[in-house]
Design a protein around this ligand. Sequence first.
Ligand SMILES: N[C@@H](CCC(=O)N[C@@H](CS)C(=O)NCC(=O)O)C(=O)O
Length: 197
Amino acid sequence: MSELPVLYSFRRCPYAMRARLAIAASGQQCELREVVLRDKPAALLQASPKGTVPVLVLPDGAVLEQSLDIMHWALARNDPQHWLDADPAQARAMQALVAECDGAFKQALDRTKYPQRYPSEDPTPHRQRAEDWLVGLEQRLATGGFLFGPRPAGPTWPSCPSCGSTRASTPNAGRPCPGRICSAGWPSGRLRPCSPR
Ligand SMILES: N[C@@H](CCC(=O)N[C@@H](CS)C(=O)NCC(=O)O)C(=O)O
């Protein structure tokens, strides 16, 4: 058994990204095991048979197999940037936004990015739904600087990898990416508009 927690991750997975972001922000040390999704290691499947990443295996053998659980594990240990600071009403609003991101937005995003997986569905309305949701985020950013006020807290981090993923899905020249939000500002904690491409 490793002395450090072991994080099974995939570089481009937005769920793994947010887990890694929280772990980095909290300063927790982990052993990072990058996996190939089409050839998952036996140790990952043994720890978490559902076969998604991220998965965090703690030194005592406990397994966290949801990205939000991993984020909360890390930030509960150390939250120097106060990502989790919120009054109860704000915390509920943040959770609702993350649920939208992981639910309706993700469904629309998948149907936009991978139309071949949904041959009986027209991707156009799904793309519109995804864009509408991103425009809502932009309106929040325009008023507060971040999604919930003047500093990066709560859902800024869980949702920004998915927003970046939307941008990555629209490389067609001449068309603005949906919602124009991109991930260019992560290191400084800001989401900011990206230029059309
Ligand atoms: N609800 C999970 C979702 C994780 C998830 O769906 N990860 C994708 C990669 S982005 C995955 O591992 N899919 C399995 C596969 O493609 O085989 C979480 O928040 O951790």
